[in-house]
Design a protein around this ligand. Structure first.
Ligand SMILES: *Cc1c(COP(=O)(O)O)cnc(C)c1O
Length: 375
């Protein structure tokens, strides 16, 4: 059996090696390393795929979030509501910009921010909400957009984990993750569903003015060459990464299908088990399974992880610590308001999930998990 990895980028690369190698070599020969034609073509192709008016490439998913918040012109002390249970980048950029992060609890079944908790956290200083489409499934955007409209708030979707997922609104409208809010952001970190071979990111918006503003911010606040109208940053996607991404984008739906197929296999092995909850698939959103995350109910999550390690099966805890308890972002709040986050920190375990899992590996992983859970 092929060695099991959390993410197998090598096998995926070998399947498209020729196209990717040629594309990268062409960039080298053209010597257009920055803002070359590959970047512009990738921008257009991703705009078409997502059906969004503007995609602005940038250096990584964390920059994308920071630039999105800069473009909204928020002022020091303005409040931004986001989830307590997610990757730190979201709250890190809020702090960097001297805004106030207001962390709220998530929904136990979908792992994503609980709209009811957003409502309770709104104050006159609230300016924006950052829903994170965690583990590959959209947050309840219908509810969040409704709240945002009622209270006149911006919505920045952190879509680093759910590119390609679709959300169906109750009127039947279908939109892709990252294109529903005021601004959407994503990461092309190698292990993401659409990953490059280094760092990369992008920002999405349907608003022409924001597009103009963001293109200035990513380029040192320059709207006219050597005239700096505001303090910006330097954040670019390089041509080599764009060339890789252009060869991978045509396979994104296939990649997401392969992840879903692996998830289906896991689901059928574990569903109904008294001590395990499979990830809930929310009717309004498709799931692109950036992670396949089980909840272990018998208090033996850590022992399960150790057992799997002993069987050479990697498994990860995303995420082990609440952001509100991190030294850097400490938020003095009542644990009683974070019942779901605190339960999830003790229960979640993510199994190997990528596009290259084969039948033999899936069988071995599920049998090993069940061997421990049925002991
Ligand atoms: C990966 C990730 C990011 C950051 O992306 P980078 O490209 O690593 O900066 C932000 N938010 C979430 C939810 C992520 O998973």
């Amino acid at each position: 059996m092929k060695k099991i990895q959390m993410v197998d980028l090598q096998s995926q690369y070998f399947k498209i090696k020729n196209e990717v190698d040629n594309a990268v070599l062409n960039v080298m020969e053209s010597a257009q390393f920055v803002n070359g034609p590959e970047v512009k073509l990738f921008q257009k192709e991703l705009e078409d795929y997502l059906d969004v008016k503007h995609m602005i490439p940038c250096a990584n998913g964390t920059d994308a979030l920071q630039i999105a918040l800069m473009a909204l012109g928020l002022q020091e002390g303005d409040e931004v509501i986001t989830a307590d249970f997610t990757f730190a980048a979201t709250v890190e950029v809020i702090h960097l910009l001297k805004l106030k992060a207001v962390l709220v609890d998530v929904d136990y079944d979908t792992f994503t921010i609980d709209p009811e908790k957003i409502r309770q956290a709104i104050t006159p200083k609230t300016k924006a909400i950052i829903p994170v489409h965690l583990f590959g499934q959209c947050t309840n955007m219908e509810e969040i957009l409704k709240i945002a409209k009622e209270h006149n708030l911006y919505v920045v979707e952190d879509n680093a984990q759910a590119i390609g997922a679709e959300f169906t609104f109750s009127d039947g409208t279908v939109k892709k993750a990252g294109t529903m809010g005021t601004i959407g952001t994503t990461s092309f970190f190698p292990s993401k569903n659409l990953g490059c071979y280094g760092d990369g990111g992008a920002i999405f918006t349907n608003d022409d003015e924001l597009d103009y503003k963001i293109r200035g911010i990513v380029n040192h606040g320059m709207y006219k060459r050597y005239y700096h109208d505001e303090v910006g940053v330097n954040s670019r996607l390089d041509s080599i990464q764009a060339a890789v991404l252009r060869r991978k984008l045509p396979f994104l739906n296939q990649y997401n299908d392969a992840r879903r197929k692996a998830a289906d296999y896991y689901d059928s092995a574990f569903s109904g088990h008294p001590n395990m909850l499979i990830p809930k698939r929310y009717a309004q959103s498709t799931h692109v399974f950036h992670q396949y995350t089980l909840r272990i109910l018998n208090g033996k999550r850590n022992e399960l992880q150790e057992f799997l390690t002993s069987k050479e099966i990697p498994a990860m805890i995303y995420y082990p610590v609440a952001l509100r308890k991190q030294k850097a972002y400490f938020q003095d709040s009542k644990d009683a308001d974070f019942i779901n986050t605190d339960k999830l920190l003790d229960e979640v375990i993510s199994l190997p999930m990528h596009t290259e899992l084969d039948a033999e590996q899936l069988k071995y992983i599920t049998e090993s998990v069940l061997e421990f859970m049925n002991k």
